[in-house]
Design a protein. Structure first.
Length: 320
């Protein structure tokens, strides 16, 4: 069975609850209006792990790698991951720590923005705790690793260097790496730091899953093809460039192809759109499907997700 270790941070997610027609009044106060919020768990890499596990069931071994606290919410998070089919045996629980938190805000078009409370989140300590050597030893047995620009941004410099060093060893011994830029300016000291670190990730990845918006924002590329050219020059062999509702560019075997997608007709919340696309694409490719099938699988999965509210929602697994 193919195995993948997905590395990053999962947080407590707060999103506005839909209480229309229930007779329930707001709880919690925002300005002059009472609003009821629901608690769930999410984070870019965990979202991908969750959706990949929903697709793969017992076909792909999906492990989530993070650090949490030893509090009751951290325990509940781990139990929730496990119930979703995501393996949790490589999650470290750090005494006295508590998970990060974020709140989702969506506009009338379903576009989302976030407020974060994560500066002391335990996931920032990954790859620099006493358990790091044991973690790397366990990860060496995986077929794939997956992480994102957010993973790299939240890590302390020592842990980030340790992860990059491990990636070199992992690939030298036959492992493969997938990476999504997921650029969030607020997480970086400045653009120069972000560019340097993200380009370094592209040099060690086999499958790049960036979005054109992120590439244009950080690297000032002027077209999808220029983004593809930039990334492939750094070493990535397969590049899948997401572009919202527009066509998807895929570079593989020295050729770039454009794949049309049917835009979603029902958009309630775009949270996790790219994360779920990545999960569907990975599922298809790790199941030996061709690129066209993988693009359709990722696109169809993302459409299910954005038609609902929140990062983690129920989906119907794809079939080939």
């Amino acid at each position: 069975m193919t195995s993948i270790g997905i590395i990053g941070e999962c947080m407590i997610e707060l999103s506005r609850a839909d209480v229309s027609g229930t007779g329930v009044s707001g709880a919690g106060v925002s300005g002059h209006q009472g609003e009821l919020y629901q608690k769930r768990y999410g984070g870019d890499t965990y979202n991908t792990a969750y959706y990949l596990a929903q697709c793969a069931k017992s076909k792909i071994d999906v492990s989530y790698i993070t650090a949490l606290g030893d509090d009751a919410i951290s325990d509940d998070m781990i139990a929730t991951f496990s119930a979703a089919g995501v393996k949790t045996d490589l999650i470290e629980q750090i005494p006295g720590a508590v998970p990060g938190l974020y709140a989702i805000q969506t506009d009338e078009h379903g576009e989302r923005s976030f407020l974060y409370w994560r500066s002391e989140a335990p996931a920032r300590q990954l790859f620099q705790t006493q358990q790091s050597e044991a973690l790397k030893s366990a990860l060496q047995k995986k077929d794939w690793l997956y992480f994102s620009g957010i993973t790299l941004a939240i890590l302390y410099p020592k842990g980030r260097e340790a992860l990059f060093d491990f990636c070199q060893t992992f690939r030298a011994q036959g492992g493969k790496i997938a990476f999504d830029i997921n650029y969030r300016p607020r997480l970086w000291a400045n653009e120069d730091e972000a560019r340097s670190v993200i380009d370094r990730a592209y040099t060690v990845c086999d499958l790049a899953l960036p979005s054109y918006d992120d590439e244009a924002l950080l690297f000032k590329v002027s077209s999808p093809q220029s983004a593809i050219d930039r990334i492939t020059k750094l070493g990535a062999k397969e590049v899948v460039l997401k572009n919202g509702a527009e066509e998807i560019y895929v570079h593989s075997h020295s050729q770039t192809e454009k794949h049309d997608i049917v835009p979603a007709s029902d958009v309630k919340d775009t949270t996790s759109a790219g994360d779920s696309f990545n999960a569907g694409y990975l599922y298809a490719r790790l199941s030996d499907q061709n690129i066209s099938t993988a693009v359709k699988t990722g696109s169809d999965l993302a459409k299910q997700v954005i038609a609902q509210t929140g990062a983690i929602v129920p989906v119907t697994p794809p079939t080939f």
